[in-house]
Write a protein that binds this ligand. Structure first.
Ligand code: RP5
Length: 167
């Protein structure tokens, strides 16, 4: 199976990255984690993106906050799918990173997930891999079944706990 390339713009993004790593581990998907910055290490970031396909990655997940151009900078240098995860910084509740990541001009797409949505980024990457991997597709179905069971159990518990006053 191909691996997922994970890049964060700063070590301060790690708590969000960890959610993606946990999900990829759960789904038994190989990954590689890097810290590379679009503005502090522009050359190394471009080199990573240019070599990503040759290194066996299926797609890249880029995590960045503030004027978050990391995902776009990587996408400009590879034709692999790039998933952008906006990370909330000290201002604007992550709206700055969300708009910077999602508003890519025509020609270079970035598939942007919600602010801080590391797990969803990993699930989207898994779904890309599962296009031609039926075993992984089944693991994704199992993951959804587990989620549904958790909600249904919570539903039973809340009814037992709080009851209801209707009829
Ligand atoms: C971005 O700037 C990083 O992705 C991070 O979210 C933000 C702040 O970086 P640090 O100043 O914490 O290194 O490049």
């Amino acid at each position: 199976m191909k691996a997922i390339g994970i890049v964060m713009g700063s070590k301060s993004d790690l708590p969000i990255v960890q959610k993606a790593v946990n999900t990829l581990r759960e789904l038994e998907i190989p990954y590689e984690v890097h810290i590379l910055s679009a503005h502090r290490t522009p050359g190394e970031t471009a080199e990573f993106a240019r070599s990503a396909r040759g290194r066996g990655f299926a797609c890249v997940i880029a995590f960045a906050g503030m004027a978050a151009h990391l995902a776009g900078a990587i996408a400009a240098n590879t034709t692999l799918p790039v998933i952008g995860v906006p990370c909330a910084g000290p201002h604007f509740d992550g709206m700055d990173a969300l708009l910077s990541t999602v508003q890519m001009p025509s020609g270079i797409p970035v598939a942007t997930v919600a602010v801080g949505a590391g797990a969803n980024a990993a699930l989207l990457a898994a779904q890309i891999l599962a296009v031609d991997d039926l075993e992984l597709a089944q693991r994704l179905v199992d993951h959804r079944t587990t989620m549904a069971e958790t909600i249904l159990e919570q539903n039973r518990n809340i009814q037992a706990e709080l009851g209801g006053t209707s009829g």
